[in-house]
Design a binder for this molecule. Structure first.
Ligand code: PBG
Length: 332
């Protein structure tokens, strides 16, 4: 890019003088339309359980979901992402509970679709909250077996669609699953159900608090490096995105968020597909902790979310979604 102008004729500070002027020339902005709220759901009744590793985030039993869904509705957040927390005695090697028509995700989907028709629902396709070993797929001969796992994931996705899920989000990182899920959905008359693929998901250390929230942390043996992406790589992300688009993904996720903005930018430049950033649990907890310790003020939340928009994301999955939407309503 050519640099145009020179001092003293050109003074960039001129356009920073007033707030209204800064607002006029701002290149990116955020509204509640850009936010997706993750919700953790557990069994039982009358439960709102704090999650230690994520201060301010709770697990809700279904009867208590209105507490959070009413806010989602009030502050005009378009979609929620549902994550289950299930008891240890329901977990096994195959994550069978994922295919139970009466599991908490199925029940929650029915509840939300009945009582909150205008809130979009997104569900993870992956087995980790349901497996006794905490992996996203099934373990055969000490390995997470790709093709056998995909057979189960297809069924999990179809079940979610049958229960009213609007956006199916495979987060498992198995090869070929997007195409096979698309085929299964279409075969069963769910051609209107979208696929939001976690196309670029790194084997990240930032997922720690989430694994605690869904109860897979203490279970997880080894790491997820044989299926999630190596964080030293960037160009590999193009191959993931390209394949997923070919297989029928409607939108893609880049995850984690803030330290992967280069990836969002590169994908934005090279592919014409909506990109959703996931500001993951570790990012949330770090920011939250810094605010609590008064290392920075709450504006850091806006700054972090805007960075995703600036990089090229169209929306952000964030545990701050309600908090931010609330503030935006006050400002506007
Ligand atoms: C499950 C899944 C994970 C996250 C979303 N879906 C964890 C993992 O892959 O281990 C992480 C979300 C977060 O950290 O907020 N496949």
């Amino acid at each position: 890019m050519k640099i145009i102008g020179s001092y003293p004729k050109t003074r960039l500070r001129r356009l920073r003088k007033y707030k209204w002027l800064r607002d006029i020339i701002s290149e990116s902005n955020i509204s509640s339309n850009d936010l997706i709220m993750p919700i953790f759901i557990r069994d039982g009744k009358n439960k709102i359980e704090p999650i230690k590793s994520m201060p301010g985030v709770f697990r809700y039993s279904i009867d208590k979901l209105p507490i959070i869904l009413n806010q989602v509705k009030k502050y005009k957040i378009p979609m929620v992402a549902l994550f289950p927390y299930i008891q240890d005695n329901k977990k096994d090697n195959n994550g069978s509970e994922a295919l139970n028509k009466n599991n908490i995700i199925c029940k929650s989907l029915k509840f939300i679709k009945k009582k909150y028709k205008n809130i979009g629902t997104m569900c993870d396709v992956a087995l980790d909250p349901y497996t006794s070993h905490g992996h996203d797929g099934i373990v055969i001969n000490n390995e997470v077996d790709n093709d056998e796992t995909v057979k189960i994931l297809i069924k999990q996705a179809l079940l979610q669609a049958e229960m009213g899920c609007d956006v199916i989000a495979p987060s498992d990182m198995m090869d070929g699953r997007v195409g096979l899920i698309r085929k299964e959905l279409d075969k069963n008359n769910f051609s209107n159900v979208s696929i939001l693929s976690y196309a670029v998901k790194y084997a990240s250390n930032f997922y720690g608090p989430f694994r605690d929230a869904v109860g897979s942390k203490s279970k997880l043996k080894k790491d997820k490096k044989t299926y999630q992406m190596d964080f030293r790589n960037s160009f590999e992300a193009y191959r993931e995105v390209g394949l997923d688009i070919k297989e029928g993904a409607d939108m893609i996720i880049v995850k984690p968020g803030m330290i992967y903005l280069d990836i969002i930018r590169n994908i934005k430049k090279n592919f014409n597909i909506p990109i959703i950033a996931y500001q993951v649990s570790g990012e949330y907890s770090l920011i939250k902790d810094g605010i609590k310790k008064k290392l920075f003020n709450e504006d850091i939340i806006f700054e972090s979310l805007i960075s995703f928009k600036r990089a090229g994301a169209c929306a952000i999955i964030s545990y701050f979604a309600i908090e931010v939407a609330k503030k935006l309503k006050k400002i506007n």
